[in-house]
Design a protein around this ligand. Structure first.
Ligand code: SF4
Length: 369
């Protein structure tokens, strides 16, 4: 069963013969299909709606993609980035987090499935072969939720066995869903990391519409851990609110009541941040949101963040609560400056390349256990 209401499919005639398109159409037999010759004019029409993003979340566009679909994570300028690569298999997301950066980023509001699936596998293959000496990390969870649309097209069940055959690359599936049962029987050779974005229940309820509860995310992570998958967690975005300390500390406690920290490959921390153009969109779409209540200021990359001292305090406390569970946890900061790293950990990676090397070492150590 598809967990999200897809009301209409727009099928690009150029995608009609693709096996990927046929698979999606079979998975959604009740959904009306409109064949389109010119996707640009349909996108333009959607963009004139009062809430194109909301409308796009219920409409699936199936179209081929002719450009590169494996790209370096855009990261952010003047900050330390981790050298991640993004696999662009589906864009946009049926969930609806108030803070989602995709709202201001994608110029196509549709849930979009790229039908030339075989080309993507070939592209990943040649990308990996062209980096024989690196230990690469790739993920599908940057331009969508990695698991949300697996019932429409089984992206992860294709990618997991594909990565299981590689020795120097891992796939990360990032999600806020609990749709993991279809992955549990797969041969993964620890080459797929399944990771959850976590926030306290209050934030999930108020700011992460369409996602599953904290309890369900943890239960899903536990199932995956029991099947030997390396698992990860992302406390990102960490949101500052009156009772944030209690909220995040209890979230850490709830997590490690069920999860063995030794099987956690990494945990990231990232304070709420947003590009300036996002604020108006969010306020319009989520008039009751409280995410802008803290004081946020533009940084060197133009993105708004909490004051540095607030971020540092939040990270220091998070690190302390996590290290109290297990001092060996691999914790990193997402899109932060060297100075912030130093104040939080007492040291900082020299640069993005250094952080990337640390990830490689972590992977080798974790996978060779
Ligand atoms: S789950 Fe991720 S991609 Fe989906 S709406 Fe939330 S933040 Fe955006």
């Amino acid at each position: 069963m598809v967990p999200f209401p897809i009301e209409k499919i727009y099928l690009d005639v150029k995608a009609e013969g693709d096996w990927g398109s046929q698979t999606v159409l079979k998975a959604l037999p009740q959904v009306p299909v409109e064949k389109i010759e010119d996707k640009r004019s349909v996108i333009k029409r959607f963009l004139s709606f009062s809430d194109p993003i909301g409308a796009g979340k219920k409409s699936l566009l199936i179209t081929p993609f002719y450009g590169r679909r494996v790209k370096p994570c855009p990261g952010t300028s003047n900050h330390i980035c981790c050298g991640y690569h993004v696999i662009n298999a589906i864009t946009n997301c049926p969930m609806d987090c108030s803070y989602c950066v995709l709202q201001g980023y994608l110029n196509n509001p549709f849930l979009t499935f790229y039908s030339n699936w075989e080309d993507l596998l070939q592209e990943i293959e040649s990308f990996l072969s062209s980096h024989p000496h690196s230990f690469l990390r790739l993920g599908t969870g940057e331009l969508s939720d990695s698991l949300a649309l697996d019932t429409v097209f089984p992206i992860s069940p294709f990618l997991i066995p594909f990565f299981a055959q590689r020795n120097h690359a891992v796939l990360e599936l990032k999600t806020k869903s609990a749709e993991v049962d279809h992955l549990l029987h797969l041969e993964h050779r620890k080459r797929t990391i399944i990771s959850w974005s976590l926030n306290p229940p209050k934030i999930i309820e108020e700011e992460e519409k369409g996602t599953v509860s904290l309890e369900k995310r943890i239960a899903a992570a536990q199932k995956c851990q029991e099947r030997g998958y390396p698992i990860g967690f992302h406390f990102d975005p960490i949101i500052f609110y009156e009772e944030w300390e209690k909220g995040y500390q209890e979230t850490v406690d709830s997590l490690f009541r069920r999860i063995d920290p030794k099987g956690v490959i990494w945990i990231s921390l990232g304070g709420f941040r947003y590009p300036p153009q996002l604020k108006n969109i969010v306020k319009e779409r989520f008039p009751d949101t409280k995410i802008f209540l803290g004081e946020l200021f533009p940084g060197r990359d133009g993105k708004f963040r909490y004051l540095k001292e607030i971020r540092i305090e939040m990270y220091q406390k998070m690190v302390r609560w996590l290290r109290d569970v297990d001092p060996g946890l691999f914790i990193y900061l997402c899109m932060e400056s060297k100075e912030v790293w130093e104040r939080v950990f007492g040291w900082a990676p020299e640069n993005s390349r250094h952080l990337n090397q640390m990830f490689e070492e972590r992977l080798r150590e974790f996978l060779n256990r």
